[in-house]
Write a protein that binds this ligand. Structure first.
Ligand SMILES: [Zn+2]
Ligand SMILES: [Zn+2]
Length: 323
């Protein structure tokens, strides 16, 4: 009951909030780029899974349903020197670099400008200990929290802007493992001239709350090879993807539920801007679902990964048929 109340509260926030609406842009037709059409979806509630995304009209196979800009994105360590530090676009070879961190490169003046505020904050600090710890432990989400914290300190987003996303359930063991990375993050900021009140939000509770949401909601950004037209005309869920260039958290794409035989798919073409496209014809009112994992795995492997990674036992039609 209380959770339903919470959901209905944030769904109405979702409808009204210009903040959230800035996180996704609408699909535009090729011939009328200046007149965006509203995306043919609505976010609603279902009794058992909370928020869900539904089609508000018939959507054809291959149709681009909407695009979404990340709330926060960060390159993976292995891509740090060959993708844009803001949008994760691959840099041309002559712009890639191998010099030691903290040299980072932006693909354009636009990305440099978009990063100005958080990067001013980030640049004040020496991240070598924090980054080294994350690299050694193979941690990727703390990099997203680092960027998110820099964005909050710079004033471009508020500290609670991820609160409406569903958090993972963390065991006390998982929380205690986060102690070290949290202390490194906080002490790194404390060594700068960032004022105490600007980082008052940066508590252990805030850190674990944000990380719990990133664990479930962050997407691995894999830039697809091939042209965008090819991707749209293909109805296959698995497009040929190159290596993951980073991780990103979005608002609207996080509202899609999972299905092992999905009717929609999220993909990235040149940067971390996500595109959601229809994999088959979808009727008005039908729920849109994406597959959170590699759909080609067998039933047992899918169940295990979904339970361990996302905390649920999948009962989609495909799983119920033991496929
Ligand atoms: Zn860029
Ligand atoms: Zn399933």
């Amino acid at each position: 009951m209380s959770s339903l109340f919470r959901y209905s509260r944030w769904v109405s926030q979702f409808e009204k909030s210009p903040l959230i609406l800035t996180f996704f842009s609408t699909a535009t037709t090729e011939s009328q780029p200046s007149r965006p059409l509203p995306p043919p979806i609505r976010v609603g509630l279902t009794e058992y899974v909370g928020r869900s995304v539904f089609a508000t009209r018939r959507i054809g196979t291959g149709e681009l349903i909407h695009t979404a800009k990340p709330i926060v994105a960060h390159p993976s360590f292995s891509s740090l020197h060959n993708v844009c530090y803001f949008c994760l676009k691959k840099l041309p070879d002559d712009k890639s670099h191998s010099e030691a961190y903290p040299t980072v490169v932006f693909c354009s003046e636009h990305c440099k400008d978009q990063s100005k505020n958080f990067y001013e904050v980030e640049k004040k600090a020496d991240w070598s200990r924090f980054d080294e710890y994350c690299r050694m432990q193979g941690l990727k989400y703390p990099l997203l929290v680092k960027r998110f914290a820099s964005q909050v300190i710079s004033g471009v987003v508020s500290a609670d802007s991820l609160d409406i996303l569903q958090p993972a359930t963390l065991t006390s063991e998982m929380v205690s493992l986060m102690e070290k990375e949290f202390c490194l993050l906080r002490s790194t900021f404390q060594e700068t001239d960032v004022k105490g009140e600007q980082m008052a939000f940066l508590t252990k509770e805030w850190y674990t709350g944000v990380l719990a949401r990133m664990r479930i909601n962050a997407f691995r950004v894999e830039l697809a090879g091939g042209s965008y037209e090819d991707l749209l005309s293909s109805a296959a869920a698995s497009v040929e993807a190159e290596v993951a260039v980073g991780n990103a958290v979005y608002m609207l794409p996080s509202f899609y539920n999972h299905d092992c035989d999905p009717n929609a798919h999220i993909l990235w073409v040149e940067n971390a801007d996500a595109r959601i496209k229809a994999l088959r014809d979808i009727e008005t009112g039908e729920e849109l679902r994406i597959c959170y994992i590699d759909a080609s795995m067998n039933h047992k492997a899918r169940q295990t990964i979904l339970y361990e990674g996302f905390g649920f036992l999948c009962n989609c039609p495909r799983c119920l048929s033991n496929d």
